[in-house]
Design a protein around this ligand. Structure first.
Ligand code: PDD
Length: 287
């Protein structure tokens, strides 16, 4: 049975319930994080908790816990489950209050943490890559906040799935933003291109890892706006996220990307990434 953390208690998931007046339910008024756990250690925990704080600041919600408390709560929950690789999900909402768009004066935030087995891409997906379509990015312009209000992302992802694809690559005003649930990288020759962080994309933790690894290994890299035509003429396209790690996109809008197989730079980056997972995970929380 899965145990979850809800508002100060560890409870079986079947018994974890929140009010129908919770502003997360009524308005999508909350923020979240997804943290991969490798070998029972949360990967880049400090960075995920810093982004959670930034998201809370972005929606003017006071953080219910200090970093040390989050670290303990997450460690305890990981310990409750046998899987060595896990995916920890954190959600904090503005809490339950009579329905009113304006913030309630004294609602208590709802704090929820769950974990499950981490499902990373299969070997076949890593070897063959996945397909994507391009779509117009019609989300709001605070995409740097990891908000639970994900309706636009869900609609965009569903359109990709209905087109038989794994991801929708989003374009806004002729430039690449990101995927519906991933960051996107473009390779031109031996140059890696990444759109800069801004209010139009989520500052991905895996995005940072990819950029750090490119720099550490001397891979030519430019972090700058990437045009739609650069996406369409890319030699390689990659997506990154905490659950997909780094994955090649080998078909875009029905056309092969490069020669239709994961490219040489992707293979290098995948090797660097696999190696970094072991050494870059934070120390065991109970060490
Ligand atoms: N999604 N961009 C968007 C819109 C995302 O939702 C995500 C992550 C990313 C990648 O961020 P990171 O590398 O920190 O996971 C980029 C998570 C995994 C999700 O919603 O399940």
């Amino acid at each position: 049975m899965t145990t979850v953390y809800l508002n100060g208690e560890l409870v079986p998931i079947e018994r974890a319930t929140v009010s129908v007046l919770d502003r997360g339910f009524i308005f999508g008024d909350g923020v979240y994080e997804v943290i991969p756990v490798y070998g029972r250690r949360p990967f880049r925990l400090a960075e995920h908790l810093a982004r959670l704080q930034a998201s809370m600041d972005g929606i003017r919600l006071a953080n219910p816990y200090a970093t040390e408390t989050w670290t303990k709560l997450i460690g305890n929950l990981i310990d409750q489950h046998e899987w060595s690789e896990q995916s920890v999900y954190i959600q904090v909402t503005r809490g339950a209050a009579p329905r009113n768009h304006a913030f309630p004066k004294d609602a208590k935030p709802t704090t929820f943490i769950m974990t499950g087995p981490l499902s990373v891409p299969s070997r076949e997906e890593k070897e063959r890559g996945v397909d994507a379509i391009t779509l117009n990015d019609y989300r709001w312009i605070r995409c740097n906040i990891k908000s639970t209000a994900l309706l636009a992302n869900c609609l965009l992802k569903q359109a990709a799935v209905e087109a038989g694809c794994a991801e929708a690559i989003l374009l806004r005003d002729g430039f690449l933003t990101e995927g519906s649930s991933t960051n996107i990288f473009v390779v031109k020759g031996n140059l890696l291109l990444a759109p800069p962080k801004s209010h139009l994309i989520l500052p991905g933790i895996t995005y940072d890892v990819v950029i750090e690894l490119a720099r550490a290994h001397g891979m030519p890299l430019e972090v700058r706006p990437v045009s739609e035509s650069e996406v369409r003429s890319a030699d390689e396209l990659w997506l990154s996220s905490s659950s997909k790690e780094v994955l090649a996109i080998t078909e875009l809008d029905g056309k092969s990307v490069g020669n239709g197989k994961p490219g040489p730079l992707y293979k290098k980056m995948l090797g660097y990434f696999e190696a970094s997972k072991a050494v870059r995970s934070t120390a065991p929380v109970h060490a």
